[in-house]
Design a protein. Structure first.
Length: 440
């Protein structure tokens, strides 16, 4: 059954036409699938393909009732949704059928839900996707229909972020119970089927065709010695005067660099305390609740500027040039800006009896200056950001599927990359299960 949009036809004009973003032909085709079918969709694409832009545009203009969830707190806050675990009340760790809750207070919400949107779906394990299926069946009352008849629209890139599996025991269990750890092994998706949509355009490296070709080869592990030779021409010391961020493989290395660099600055340290209102888990916050800064510190902005035109974006790197107890002034790309605090909200969902729609309700908020120390950041935490210049430090070697691809694809151009050491073929790790899933 195809559920028709509940809003007036005015939303259709806004869905397919926009003054803010370029609605390409492939965006239009994808939006038509999302809006006018009930197919379960996996919307993917290479780094910089516009997945997040498309998701946000659909959410703003769709006529379907929807809920947005993500596997981590930071990604949920970023996209304006809830974590999967919070929305479904799942416990942490491996989930089985006994963990699935009936939520009578949300009965009308579930029964009127058209679409569940899952962002960063590549990080969702098979047991979690199966639990989503069971929870939707239980709470919609449609026990014999995959996902209770709710359309599942999934955004993400399996070549970038793998599921979080914390032990060999978990890995063995998922292999035995489902066939593997990835979301696409969930029985409900295997039964109902998934339509793949791969966005082909690239908005990040579109000015550097040779670099884009190199990234595509690394993404799919189709590299040759020519690719590695071209990449390793970037093994060079960083000598420019502009700020540059170091991408590292672990939190320990990144935190150590930031702490050491801050300690080396001979100027007073200022501490800015965040303000939390109502219910907000500070683990989900994009910056520190105790933000420590000094004049001369290298920083990264962690939220898009609200001004038009934007003065910075999430991921812009700059330097603190002045600060006191109530003021932070930074330079970004040679321009000086005085910052004010920003707000991030944590959300819940409710069913509105009057409008017959599912509404998003803010349950708490986090207020802090929208920046963090950023001489270094982990490759994992850099996901989704774009940099003009990066130093990539793979240390003793990449150790996770997609790690090197994520690091390299953060940069707009090959000329903006500075490698601490040559990239070796052993640093290019791609799971064969992912490659097989993407085969036509």
């Amino acid at each position: 059954m195809i559920r028709q949009p509940m809003k007036s036809t005015d939303h259709e004009h806004n869905l397919f036409f926009s003054e803010d973003i370029d609605i390409t032909e492939e965006f239009t085709r994808t939006l038509q699938l999302m809006e006018y079918t009930d197919k379960h969709l996996y919307i993917t694409g290479k780094a910089g393909a516009g997945k997040s832009t498309l998701l946000r545009h659909f959410v703003e203009h769709t006529g379907k009732t929807h809920v947005i969830v993500a596997p981590t707190g930071v990604s949920a806050i970023h996209i304006g949704g809830m974590t999967i675990h919070s929305f479904f009340r799942f416990p942490f760790g491996i989930i089985d059928q006994r963990d699935i809750e009936y939520q009578p207070e949300k009965r009308k919400l579930f029964r009127n839900l058209d679409v569940l949107i899952i962002d960063e779906v590549s990080m969702v394990r098979s047991d979690i996707m199966h639990a989503i299926d069971l929870a939707l069946r239980k709470n919609t009352g449609e026990k014999d229909v995959p996902f209770g008849g709710v359309q599942i629209i999934m955004f993400g890139d399996l070549y970038q972020l793998p599921p979080v599996v914390t032990s060999d025991e978990e890995k063995d269990y998922l292999r035995t119970e489902f066939g593997g750890e990835y979301f696409f092994y969930a029985p409900g998706l295997l039964k109902a089927g998934i339509e793949h949509v791969e966005l082909q355009e690239n908005f990040r490296q579109k000015e550097d065709g040779a670099f884009l070709s190199l990234l595509n080869a690394i993404r799919e592990k189709q590299i040759s010695w020519k690719h590695l030779s071209a990449l390793n021409t970037r093994v060079a010391p960083y000598t420019l005067s502009e700020p540059v961020i170091v991408l590292t493989t672990t939190n320990k290395i990144a935190d150590g660099i930031n702490e050491d660099k801050l300690a080396m600055i001979d100027s007073p340290e200022f501490v800015y305390m965040a303000r939390v209102e109502d219910v907000f888990d500070i683990k989900k916050a994009p910056t520190d609740d105790e933000l420590r800064l000094k004049k001369g510190a290298q920083i990264m902005m962690v939220k898009n500027d609200i001004e038009t035109p934007r003065r910075w974006v999430n991921g812009s790197v700059g330097t603190v040039v002045a600060l006191d107890n109530n003021t932070i002034v930074v330079t970004i790309d040679g321009e000086e800006y005085s910052l004010t605090t920003a707000m991030w909200e944590e959300y819940g969902y409710e069913y509105d009896e009057d409008s017959k729609e599912i509404t998003k309700v803010a349950v708490g908020s986090f207020h802090q200056y929208p920046l963090k120390l950023a001489w270094a950041v982990t490759i994992h935490k850099s996901q989704g950001k774009t940099f003009d210049r990066v130093v990539i430090d793979l240390g003793r070697g990449a150790f996770a599927h997609g790690q090197t691809y994520v690091a390299l694809s953060r940069c707009r151009s090959l000329a903006g990359i500075f490698l601490k050491r040559p990239v070796m073929s052993s640093d290019i790790i791609v799971d064969d299960e992912v490659r097989l899933f993407h085969l036509p």
